[in-house]
Design a protein around this ligand. Structure first.
Ligand SMILES: [Zn+2]
Length: 453
């Protein structure tokens, strides 16, 4: 703890110099230094969110509720409005957007193929149906041969939904084990509208004459909470600029000994939206309505953003600035940021117009092979046509702390992070003013989500 305080003090001093240098290069149309986002507040917020007391903010934990209460209190103190209200309130509970998800755990599973009982180690199941009793003809059957693409077959079945028995050649054993491990942890679904099941059998059987499948699963409801706040627009209040992050993380190691603090992922982005909220509330001149949403359950499948997206008309959302992992310098340098899916809308180009005066820019995602556009909450809103992108500075290809217990505050560069928040405030000013409107994302070009797992 002492070491952290020391390093923070040092960062404060460094920041003053950086801020001064930045201020010298900006023109009068940009915020004066007095309006610049408070460094002390940024450090205070991230220190709380990434602190050991919150035990890694795992979905369904009591500590994530503590984090939610903290965020709600901050929104109330800033003087924002809850989503479905028309006045400001000091009651933090009104900023909590509560909902339930279904957790599905497989209980029993037995399979026979051509009269032979299959070793349970060679079985895997993803199901949203409580009881399965398949015999010849109840399910669609598929055989993935030694040279077939197992992952592609499973993805297709998942996207089509329904009930499937898949025989997988033992050449795919490694990949099969990975899926088995994933499915064994259970599924979480926001809705049980599309009930379906995939039963996987590791077997070299190439002809399927008869089969039986018996399976049972237990479904329980669990509650989750987003934290959402609104700063109403002065002129174009029905047009929303959404700033978001996710405040959940991975919790603790299985032995309960170490904490996944998730300082970068994504206490950094959550700190950003708090301080952007503060900044715009202090300014009080936003013509469009600004919405700030800290999503839950991103790490376990993006359920917070899914639920959130159903609580408003996505056509009203002009842009989504989803802030994910901005705690360390990007490969383009300290204080710089890049965005996912830049080619899918002209949002990046519009934001960059504002950054010319700061002699910086928002860069294109340098890791397209990682599929990051789909790996955060922006994808959910993008599927609905919103110009929804994630803004990040992580060097994901070599970040030693990503999803490790070492992703704690000491691994961050808070000066760089602070600069990113300021850049995002400057970059999004014309969105806030209502002087620019980005093109929509073509939803046909955004890959659908699976129906079963
Ligand atoms: Zn993560």
């Amino acid at each position: 703890m002492i070491k952290k305080i020391n390093s923070n003090n040092k960062i404060n001093r460094n920041f003053k110099l950086t801020a001064l240098l930045t201020a010298l290069t900006i023109t009068s149309s940009f915020p004066s230094i007095a309006e610049i986002i408070s460094k002390e507040q940024v450090i205070s917020d991230i220190t709380y969110l990434a602190g050991d007391d919150l035990k890694g903010r795992a979905s369904f934990s009591t500590e994530i509720d503590q984090a939610a209460n903290f965020l709600a209190q901050r929104f109330a103190d800033i003087g924002l409005q809850p989503l479905k209200a028309t006045t400001t309130t000091k009651n933090p509970a009104l900023f909590l957007q509560k909902f339930t998800v279904n957790q599905i755990k497989s209980k029993t599973l037995s399979v026979t193929l051509n009269g032979q009982e299959i070793n349970p180690d060679h079985l895997a199941i993803a199901t949203t149906i409580e009881k399965l009793n398949w015999q010849q003809g109840n399910a669609k059957t598929h055989i993935v041969g030694a040279n077939d693409d197992m992952r592609k077959t499973l993805t297709q079945l998942n996207q089509s939904g329904g009930q499937h028995l898949v025989i997988i050649n033992s050449k795919h054993e490694k990949a099969f084990n990975a899926y088995q491990g994933y499915f064994n942890r259970g599924l979480t679904k926001l809705s049980l509208q599309h009930r379906g099941a995939i039963v996987m059998v590791l077997s070299d059987e190439s002809e399927l004459e008869t089969y039986t499948v018996k399976a049972s699963a237990e479904i329980t409801e669990q509650s989750l909470t987003n934290v959402v706040a609104v700063l109403p627009g002065t002129e174009r209040a029905d047009e929303i600029v959404l700033y978001s992050s996710h405040y959940d993380h991975l919790g603790m190691t299985e032995d309960g000994k170490k904490i996944y603090n998730g300082a970068d992922d994504d206490a950094s982005g959550t700190t950003a939206i708090l301080n952007l909220a503060q900044y715009y509330a202090d300014k009080g001149s936003n013509k469009r309505t600004l919405m700030f949403s800290a999503f839950t359950a991103e790490e376990i499948g993006g359920f917070g953003s899914k639920y959130f997206s159903q609580q408003l008309d996505p056509d009203d959302v002009v842009a989504m600035i989803n802030i994910e992992m901005i705690g360390k310098p990007s490969k383009f340098g300290a204080g710089t940021v890049w965005m996912t899916g830049m080619e899918r809308s002209n949002l990046g180009a519009l934001l960059n117009e504002k950054l010319v005066a700061l002699d910086t820019q928002i860069y294109q995602d340098p890791y397209p092979e990682q599929g990051l556009f789909y790996r955060s909450d922006n994808a959910t809103l993008a599927r609905l046509g919103v110009p929804a992108h994630s803004f990040s500075s992580t060097q994901l290809d070599k970040d030693q702390h990503y999803h490790q217990t070492s992703d704690d505050i000491s691994s961050l560069d808070l000066t760089s992070m602070h600069k990113v928040i300021e850049s995002l405030a400057t970059a999004t000013q014309s969105l806030v003013d209502g002087t620019v409107t980005p093109t929509r994302i073509d939803k046909e070009q955004v890959r659908a989500q699976g129906k079963i797992y």
